[in-house]
Design a binder for this molecule. Structure first.
Ligand code: GDP
Ligand code: K
Ligand code: MG
Length: 302
């Protein structure tokens, strides 16, 4: 029950913007834990995911989203845009992320959405670490500021965390006074099994060129703690759309998939705080990304 006299603050903050501006990196950095996977490729984030930061004074529920993108007519593109759009409703604040020095049609489309919102918008101009001379950025900041009515426009770097104090202060200005929404030990709305699949998919997105990632997804087939061995047994199935993609994922003499396994296992041990036995398999499932039923069975459900 809500307590009107509480000093505690809690609420939802959506992180929106076009693909690749750094939304997931920013959320991870703000909560101090890696929950949402990141890579230099657009469409790395495919699902809406909550990252929850709880202190003794406030609880912020960040809503990370796939970037809103134009084009792409497959079921999976529609799914991602729905997930991106769903973040606009019922939040207390929107963090609109753009990339320092780069304004595209897709940024414009997000700005147009922001203009029709009742929710306050804070613009984060990310990746300012790329500019040695910050004065070079002034015309860009001016231009971005002209697009949307905003509460604050903050140049930041998710890498160096410059600007982060101001971001937190700005969030607290807009967080309602109410009790915590989630128990204090919750860090996300997603299951550990979901996070495990995402970790494997991150390694795929990072390791491979453009020819595979958008046609690949990961399904966890086994996820069980083996008491005798004192370690987790995880079997992950990498699904690709064409036989040629399967070979690329596996790589010469299996070297590619072996390296992905080593990296994924490291992150999984960190996530589960335990030893992990990981097996990766690759299978062809034609057209999964444009098949609503296949998508739903692979966890692409809202
Ligand atoms: P998203 O698609 O908006 O979620 O973007 P990601 O968080 O996946 O990041 C996209 C790429 O930008 C990744 O390669 C990140 O490492 C990189 N990136 C994110 N934040 C920064 C930053 O502050 N500075 C620089 N130079 N790169 C960043
Ligand atoms: K990305
Ligand atoms: Mg992302």
């Amino acid at each position: 029950e809500m307590d009107a006299t509480t000093d505690y603050q809690a609420g939802f903050v959506a992180v929106i913007g076009r693909p690749n501006v750094g939304k997931s990196t920013i959320m991870n950095s703000l909560i101090g834990q890696k929950l949402s996977i990141t890579s230099p490729k657009p469409q790395t984030t495919r699902h809406r995911i909550h990252g929850i930061l709880t202190t003794d004074r406030f609880q912020v529920v960040f809503v990370d989203t796939p970037g809103m993108h134009l084009g792409g007519q497959k079921s999976i593109n529609r799914y991602m845009n729905r997930a991106a759009n769903s973040a606009f409703g019922d939040v207390d604040l929107v963090l609109f992320v753009v990339e320092a020095g780069r304004w595209t049609k897709e940024d414009q489309a997000v700005a147009d959405k922001c203009r029709n919102l009742d929710v306050p918008v804070v613009i984060l101009v990310n990746k300012v670490d790329k500019f040695k001379d910050k004065t070079e950025l002034f015309p860009f900041l001016q231009k971005v500021g002209d697009q949307v009515a905003f509460e604050a426009l903050i140049p930041i770097s998710a890498y160096t965390k410059s600007g982060f104090e101001q971001v937190q202060a700005e969030i607290l200005k807009h967080l309602p006074q109410q009790d915590a929404i989630f128990p204090e030990d919750y860090i996300t709305d997603r299951s550990t099994r979901f996070l495990a699949a995402e970790i494997v998919r991150e390694k795929l997105m990072r390791a491979l060129g453009d020819e595979v990632p958008y046609g690949a997804t990961v399904e966890i087939e086994q996820f069980a703690f083996n008491e005798e061995e004192g370690r987790w047994h995880i079997n992950a199935l990498i699904l690709v759309e064409r036989p040629g993609q399967k070979q690329i994922v596996i790589g010469k003499k299996g070297e590619q998939i072996k390296q992905m396994g080593i990296q994924a296992r490291k992150d999984l041990m960190h996530l589960l705080d335990s030893r992990v036995h990981l097996e990766l398999w690759v299978k062809v499932k034609e057209n999964w990304s444009d098949d609503d039923r296949a998508l739903a069975s692979l966890g692409y459900t809202e």
